[in-house]
Design a protein around this ligand. Sequence first.
Ligand code: ADP
Ligand code: GLC
Length: 471
Amino acid sequence: MEIVHVSAECYPVAKAGGLGDVVGALPKYQNDLGHVAKVVMPMYRTRFLVQHDWDVVHKGYTHMGSWWFNYTVIKERTNKLGFDLYLVDIYGLLDREKIYGYSDDPERFLGFQIAVVDWIAAWSHQPDVIHVHDYHAGLIPFMLKYCHKYRFLQNIPTVLTIHNAQYQGWMGWDKSHLLPEWDSWGWGMLEWQNSINPLASAIKCAWKVTTVSWSYLDELRTAANGLEALFEYEKGKCVGILNGIDTAVWNPATDTYIENHYGPSDAADGKLKSKQILCERFDLDIDKPLIVFIGRLVGEKGADLLPQVIVDSFTHIGRTMNFLILGSGFPEVESQLDNMKGISNRDYSVYIGYNESLSHLMYAGADFILMPSRVEPCGLNQMYAMRYGTVPMVRNTGGLRDTVVDYGDPDGYGIRFNHAAVGDITQGIWRAVQLYGQESTFQRIRQTMMELDFSWETSVQHYLDLYQQLK
Ligand code: ADP
Ligand code: GLC
């Protein structure tokens, strides 16, 4: 099968979170099974772009409303990522450093999607599936069905994967003229609650919809940032497929970001060496358990609760643990966490920013990883952590619920708590400190986790089965 993935992110080209990791891995595993999976994404001005060689494969000319533009599609020459990687350039729109965060993001991603569809329309054949990821590519299924110029592509099956339904890409109707001329009978397929809603449109127009865990799909029927009724209505075409992890990139025995490699049998020693590096760099006490948080400092991740959790843990449990935080996001949370460095007694530190290499060192050197998420469609951190022998402490939600079993349950290995609330999280930290003190149980849990299989192999097959149903 020929599968075209359309996404705003793809590791290692451009990544802001798990979407990038998934789109950088899934196509590779699909190709390994003999399919032809391709990725098309915007040509941001990233380091990856300048460090690689590219061929121009298409030049096109189209329009977004009254703005006519040239676009260029380039392809990475060596197939380095294990799949064909295409970047779309639109001068003035996509030629920026960052992925998100510009005031004209709606136009940027709309222009990108128009160019992608326009390019595919110029192919001499049609792919077997167009697989769109999140709202940034969400208007493509609509365009294939309702835009006059591209309607001849309407028989190409489309799949939407929802990595995060919180972000939907709402636009006012004043932007409707920016879409390629469309059949006005189709307006309802763009609309949700009086706006153009690209994610809702994709849920309505895609042939199949997947979410990145089973529990998240269940939760969306009651909590979907306004789309609950739509999920209920469209449940027949929705299916949960748990993400995998790229075990070639995330492997403590070979990870190029860490110096001290290890496997399940020498994890205690290997991890201690990475912990030592972290403790020296961030002035932490190596004798205490190291609890880390890695992620976007936003409400979904429960990041705003961290300051109080840390203070309460120090006050009520005692100064018996270290906290190290890596993240960026809401400025208030960033500055609160940064200011707290003042209370450290060699037991708290924070790195504000995005740092891929530090994240790997933290997965390797930490004893526990805390994920107090309010919403977690899948979550990759806990799976990476487990592969690195780091015990996940997670809120019982979404993909966290589907991947972490509490160590108090039969065959369990993690710490789960029910509410994204300071008391529940602090209680989880108390359990972590207790567990750390039980040397043999802690080592056994570590061993169990490292041998769990979260690889893509199973999930890839589920996607392929889904595509087959669309033929
Ligand atoms: P989300 O996509 O919602 O942010 P995931 O758990 O799926 O959450 O994936 C997060 C990914 O982004 C992981 O690979 C994690 O290591 C990485 N990550 C998040 N924040 C940072 C950061 N500040 N520095 C480095 N990596 C980060
Ligand atoms: C999103 C979700 C996260 C998921 C990731 C990859 O960003 O927030 O839970 O793991 O996408 O699917």
